[in-house]
Design a protein around this ligand. Structure first.
Ligand SMILES: [Zn+2]
Length: 320
């Protein structure tokens, strides 16, 4: 059952449910925080509470009524979702949420509910709305329709205009505790060999390491970890060969996390030396912004990452 299956965000669920039952529910919620800790699942759980026809005494969705069944089956007529669309031509997700999608979402919310007076729209990746989309949404936020509930999921609050933020109930989500991360990873049934790696990389956000479910990716990541764990001794030829083979297959976020993970441990030891700290900061920042720079400036991924690794390696050699 979804309502009971979600971990780590019980406070938010409770707050939502309490406000709903007190008939004080704000019509727009912005659920924000780091990627991969179940914010979209939380939004669905809230939507389920909103449309459930027989709430439990504790205010959670019953999980058994027809409305709950339809939410869980993805077929509730009064619940809809928009997010980043799949671009069939380019074989990847689009980079932003467009104005047509937001207009569609707002139109949906103005209709009368089919099963009740209530309608819910979830906007996933709300931080990826382009300017026109955000402007269209703003109008909808100013004139909410009766019974309409808008739940937005956002990984980067600063990417949204203040005018939107100020019209929403802002709900911050924190990363999951380690025992919850372990429970989620257990359910994901990761290959045993990559479990420890997944736990270290998740940092409270198990959704980030979902790709490790795939054994090819898991074993490539372990190999990458071995290659890069002592960066000052790393064999650049092997690193380049690995990147050529896997840069398109392994999520780039994982490539960066694995690379940066051991660096973080050494950084702390060198923090006393100001000049060195600054060099370290710049070098590591280069790695951290690589993925973004590749997208934003159409860089060639392998040479641009190699150059940044080289920079880190140079600083680490100096520091050692
Ligand atoms: Zn129900």
């Amino acid at each position: 059952m979804l309502a009971q299956g979600i971990l780590g965000h019980a406070d938010t669920q409770q707050r939502f449910s309490d406000l709903y039952r007190q008939k004080k529910l704000p019509h727009a919620w912005m659920i924000y925080g780091m990627q991969g800790m179940g914010k979209a699942m939380l939004a669905h759980t809230m939507a389920q509470i909103y449309v459930c026809e027989s709430l439990r005494p504790d205010g959670q969705a019953c999980g058994q009524c027809h409305a709950c069944e339809m939410v869980l089956g993805g077929s509730h007529p009064d619940l809809a979702q928009v997010g980043l669309d799949w671009d069939e031509k380019k074989k990847r997700f689009r980079r932003d949420i467009r104005v047509e999608q937001i207009r569609h979402a707002l139109d949906f919310l103005t209709l009368t509910g089919m099963r009740s007076e209530r309608r819910v729209m979830i906007i996933d990746d709300a931080n990826r709305m382009n300017l026109a989309a955000a402007n269209a949404l703003l109008k909808g936020l100013e004139e909410p329709a009766e019974g309409a509930l808008l739940l937005m999921v956002c990984h980067d609050l600063s990417a949204l205009p203040e005018t939107i933020r100020s019209r929403c109930m802002l709900e911050h989500c924190s990363p999951l505790a380690l025992h919850d991360v372990r429970t989620v990873l257990k359910k994901m049934a990761l290959p045993q060999t990559s479990l420890l790696l997944a736990e270290n990389l998740a940092k409270g956000c198990p959704g980030r390491v979902q790709a490790l479910n795939d054994e090819t990716i898991a074993s490539a990541c372990l190999q990458w970890q071995t290659l890069t764990q002592s960066i000052q001794y790393a064999d650049l030829g092997e690193i380049e060969a690995w990147l050529q083979k896997y840069v398109q297959k392994v999520p780039n976020e994982l490539i960066v996390s694995i690379l940066v993970e051991p660096l973080q441990h050494t950084i702390q030891e060198w923090m006393g030396d100001y000049e060195l700290s600054e060099k370290i900061y710049i070098a590591v920042q280069g790695v951290l912004t690589w993925e973004h720079d590749v997208r934003a400036h159409a860089l060639r991924p392998v040479p641009s990452l190699l150059a940044r690794i080289l920079q880190v390696r140079k600083v680490w050699k100096q520091a050692a």
